[in-house]
Design a protein around this ligand. Structure first.
Ligand SMILES: Cc1cc2nc3c(=O)[nH]c(=O)nc-3n(C[C@H](O)[C@H](O)[C@H](O)COP(=O)(O)O)c2cc1C
Length: 192
């Protein structure tokens, strides 16, 4: 990742939203956010309540120097609802890790947490929304997960392929969050 920090990037100067839902892979996203900040992107981090169980918002506030949007009722001093403001100003949204639950909510149009709320307010014809599913191999292979991924793809979301390998639950298989470098490159590709 330090390679990226030294380089010119299509992401420099972009306003990026990085959203976390509650999966064990949340720890990987701190490194991604640090790299994005280092190349000069403006990064706002959004978190579900479950995500805050895995990594503290304080980590991201320290890395970005910006407040984390982890409660839909906290509006700061915004006159426009914060989720609309974030959605309107963003150049891209990445949801990583994207839980099985988050996939289902997005596929159904449920908007009852900061992440789904912002995602629902983004116009995907102009602003890319990338999802990085990450979960246990059995959860990943459930028909509902496959169905939801297919629905979301048809609805214009970009799905980043999960990788195969060792999982925290001591299984081996598909469902791992791609490494931060891959997530970085997927975001860059949106503007290349
Ligand atoms: C220790 C632990 C690890 C978990 N890891 C994952 C995971 O990697 N992927 C996933 O889809 N769900 C995982 N879950 C379940 C989610 O945290 C749970 O479905 C939660 O409701 C997701 O909420 P959210 O989608 O609003 O963040 C895990 C739960 C626990 C207790």
């Amino acid at each position: 990742m330090s390679d990226h920090a030294q380089c010119e990037s299509h992401l420099s100067g972009r306003h990026l939203l990085v959203a976390l839902s509650g999966g064990i892979a949340c720890y990987k996203v701190a490194s991604l956010v640090s790299s994005l900040v280092q190349i000069g992107a403006k990064v706002d981090v959004l978190m579900t309540d479950a995500a805050t169980q895995f990594i503290s918002p304080l980590t991201f506030e320290s890395l970005t120097g910006r407040e984390v949007y982890d409660c839909q009722w906290d509006q700061g001093d915004c006159k426009t609802p914060l989720h609309i403001q974030l959605a309107d100003q963003a150049d891209a949204l990445l949801i990583a890790p994207c839980t099985m639950n988050m996939l289902a909510k997005l596929a159904m149009g449920i908007t009852n947490d900061p992440v789904t709320l912002v995602a629902s307010a983004i116009d995907r014809s102009t602003t890319p929304v990338l999802l990085a599913p990450a979960m246990n191999v059995t959860m990943y292979s459930q028909p509902s997960t496959k169905r939801n991924i297919a629905t979301l793809e048809a609805d214009g979301f970009t799905i980043l392929d999960s990788t195969e390998g060792w999982q925290a639950c001591k299984s081996f298989g598909k469902g791992r969050l791609p490494e931060p470098k891959t997530l970085f490159e997927a975001l860059e590709y949106c503007f290349a």
